[in-house]
Design a protein around this ligand. Structure first.
Ligand SMILES: C[S@@+](CC[C@H](N)C(=O)[O-])C[C@H]1O[C@@H](n2cnc3c(N)ncnc32)[C@H](O)[C@@H]1O
Length: 228
């Protein structure tokens, strides 16, 4: 696959230096803040999507999320902001009679996810849908497990997105949010922010922990739709 690199942080640059085949591409200021981080509400176009996928698409945090999901084999899993689909592929290997759905508003990400999954032995159990968390084209109470891996902080309206996730989750369904902890103060989400957001939405927080996953530290939040 073609390697593309728009602007990035120092950490990202050092970890990807040997990977690059196309350099000096134009920086994409309207989509990024000072850290080279994507700004919520702006679409992930082809360049940013390809750059992300080449550098982080197969990060072990995706398989880690599926371990935490503890799939029973015939459940419906929804990965919100699925990127290149790594978590959906990991899910489809375990969830052998279930549905494994990746959702992402970026046409580029969905195209890449489909391309990267088409030759996978479990490809018939995967579905990729182009849409955002705020508008999930699934029936109410149709999902057993929803995950969002480093995706929540990109949603332009997190409260609306979480309401929509609650709508599609079954009553006893589970939500697993994973958010990377960045060294830069103003990057990513503080745990308190996520906890407040969950509290003020249709979810009850069940567990929060900080975990090491390969080279990154992440905050993990387990939640369930509130009882009516
Ligand atoms: C940092 S990437 C993470 C991708 C994947 N979960 C992973 O960990 O490899 C963030 C993803 O969130 C997606 N995203 C952006 N806005 C979104 C929204 N409103 N709803 C759902 N996903 C969104 C982006 O298109 C992108 O694929």
């Amino acid at each position: 696959m073609m390697n593309i690199k728009p602007s990035s942080t120092a950490r990202e640059q050092s970890s990807t230096e040997q990977n690059l085949s196309v350099q000096n591409l134009p920086v994409l200021p309207p989509m990024e803040d000072d850290h080279g981080e994507h700004l919520p509400g702006k679409p992930w176009g082809d360049e940013l999507a390809l750059w992300y996928v080449n550098n982080y698409g197969e990060h072990p945090v995706n398989a880690f999320a599926i371990e935490l999901a503890d799939l029973k084999g015939s459940e419906t899993l929804l990965d919100i902001g699925c990127g290149s689909g790594a978590a959906v592929r990991a899910a489809a290997e375990k969830n052998t009679t279930g549905r494994n759905i990746g959702l992402d508003p970026s046409p580029a990400m969905i195209r890449i996810a489909r391309e990267q999954s088409q030759d996978h032995p479990a490809s018939s159990r995967m579905e990729f849908i182009q849409s955002g968390a705020e508008d999930i084209p699934l029936a109410p109470e149709s999902v057993d497990v929803a995950i969002a891996v480093n995706s929540l902080h990109h949603w332009p309206d997190m409260s609306e997105g979480l309401s929509e996730v609650a709508r599609v989750l079954k009553h006893q369904g589970r939500l697993i949010l994973i958010e990377e902890i960045f060294t830069e103060q103003d990057r990513g989400m503080r745990p308190g922010e996520v906890i407040e957001l969950l509290k003020s939405s249709a979810f009850t927080l069940q567990e929060y922990s900080t975990r090491q996953c390969d080279d990154i530290q992440v905050n993990v939040f387990f939640a369930q739709p509130k009882e009516e």
